[in-house]
Design a protein around this ligand. Structure first.
Ligand code: CU
Length: 136
């Protein structure tokens, strides 16, 4: 194989905000396969996590969003993201659930080229709060 040193191009930082109107700031995130991705999520609203919680959950290719979101609705004890093994396998990356004024970040390595759906798993949010991670 060909060796090379990691450079700044190998890393990218993406920022997404969520607000009190149940909206993400973007519907499309773009990265390159193999990149180290830092995803920052900020809740710019004032409402509490219990009333208007937001997270970003990126699904593995082929996972049906509506079915996944329905499963999450009943997982209130774990901030609407089930922690069983089957669910973990369906997730590429996920932030914690935030309330107004909070922020968080996660890092992951961009997977193989393709499109990966992301959503907020707070009950009722995914229909509006969704988008796709495009990996080139
Ligand atoms: Cu939300």
């Amino acid at each position: 194989g060909i060796w090379r040193l990691a450079t700044a191009e190998d890393a990218v930082t993406l920022e997404v905000t969520g607000n009190d109107l149940m909206q993400f700031s973007t519907k499309e995130l773009k990265v390159k396969s193999g990149q180290k991705v830092t995803l920052k999520l900020k809740h710019t609203g004032l409402l509490t996590k219990a009333a208007m919680g937001h997270n970003v959950v990126i699904l593995q290719a082929g996972v049906v969003m509506a079915g996944f979101a329905t499963k999450c609705m009943t997982a209130a004890a774990t901030d609407y993201l089930p922690e069983d093994e089957e669910t973990k396998k369906q997730i590429l990356a996920a932030t914690k659930m935030l309330g107004g004024g909070e922020e968080t970040e996660i890092t992951f390595t961009a997977p193989a080229a393709g499109e990966y759906a992301f959503l907020c798993t707070f009950p009722g949010h995914f229909a509006i709060m969704n988008g796709k991670l495009i990996v080139e």
